[in-house]
Design a protein around this ligand. Structure first.
Ligand SMILES: Nc1ncnc2c1ncn2[C@@H]1O[C@H](COP(=O)(O)OP(=O)(O)OP(=O)(O)O)[C@@H](O)[C@H]1O
Ligand SMILES: O=P(O)(O)OC[C@H]1O[C@H](OP(=O)(O)OP(=O)(O)O)[C@H](O)[C@@H]1O
Length: 239
């Protein structure tokens, strides 16, 4: 069987079911709402595996699922060399969100990354420790700040409710996903005037490490035909 990993809850799950459904591939949960497996109608030989969106990158990298739907942000954050691990088959057009850096609205002289760098240096001189940026996107934020010449900061880990860390005095700034901006506004934070760290959306990925020989590859070809997509490079059957 070809194993297809999809998010197990929320909007991402619903939109994924709709997206495949609109293309002739119907997904349904097996048994109860709480059972994390499912069936697929419209193509042969595909098994549904419901997983946390955050775990799908790792499951793809390990080859435990053949295909997976998750945010492009999560794949880039969790897999250092992601293009070696997965192929991007399709951008799905939902789950849009920007990974951004935000500072307190009250910091009127901090608008750009250069301002942040200056504020970070001043912060360290004044407080004797580095300005703290709370995030769960350590890899992406570190690369972005390095590329943009911001040096005097430290990342502090925040796995949720990240916008609250500034009020709670565990960080001075944050890096998190935003779509409407409401959570930032409610927490008196403003986005720095700079390109986002990453523009994310839900994508369909294929695992390079999965075992594709035989039935899974035949199922993949059938899925791709329904989706109107070509076979990605590196997935051709062995001659
Ligand atoms: N407000 C938002 N609007 C749009 N997309 C969002 C928003 N928040 C998160 N996302 C996207 O949804 C995806 C899943 O995020 P989330 O952090 O909720 O997953 P998760 O924590 O792994 O889920 P789980 O709680 O099952 O572990 C990410 O790709 C993220 O970019
Ligand atoms: O710009 P907005 O529309 O306000 O959305 C942004 C919020 O959505 C996400 O949180 P989520 O609900 O996934 O919870 P978590 O980050 O606390 O896990 C994100 O982490 C922000 O907190």
């Amino acid at each position: 069987m070809l194993k297809l990993g999809v998010p197990s809850k929320g909007r991402l799950m619903e939109k994924t079911f709709e997206w495949f459904g609109a293309r002739g591939i119907e997904m349904r949960r097996a048994g109860s709402e709480r059972e994390y497996s499912g069936a697929v109608d419209g193509v042969e030989g595909v098994e549904l595996v419901l997983l946390s969106a955050g775990e799908i990158p790792r499951e793809l990298a390990a080859g435990r699922i053949h295909l997976g739907v998750t945010g492009s942000d999560l794949v880039r954050e969790k897999l250092a060399d992601w293009p070696e691990q997965v192929a991007e088959l399709a951008a799905m057009g939902f789950g849009h969100a920007d990974l951004i850096i935000a500072v307190p609205t009250a910091w009127i002289d901090v608008e750009t990354l250069d301002d942040l760098d200056a504020a970070a240096a001043a912060f360290r001189a004044q407080h004797g420790f580095r300005l703290r940026i709370a995030t769960k996107y350590h890899r992406l934020v570190r690369e972005y700040l390095r590329d943009n010449g911001v040096a005097d900061y430290q990342l502090v880990d925040s796995q949720g409710a990240t916008e609250g860390t500034v009020k709670n005095l565990t960080a001075e700034a944050i890096a998190d996903i935003t779509s409407t901006g409401e959570t930032l506004r409610a927490n008196h934070l403003k986005i720095l005037q700079a390109a986002p760290v990453h523009r994310s959306q839900a994508m369909l990925f294929a695992a390079r490490a999965a075992s594709w020989d035989g039935a899974p590859l035949i199922a993949l070809e059938e899925v791709l035909a329904k989706l109107g997509l070509p076979l990605p490079q590196g997935f051709e059957p062995e001659a």
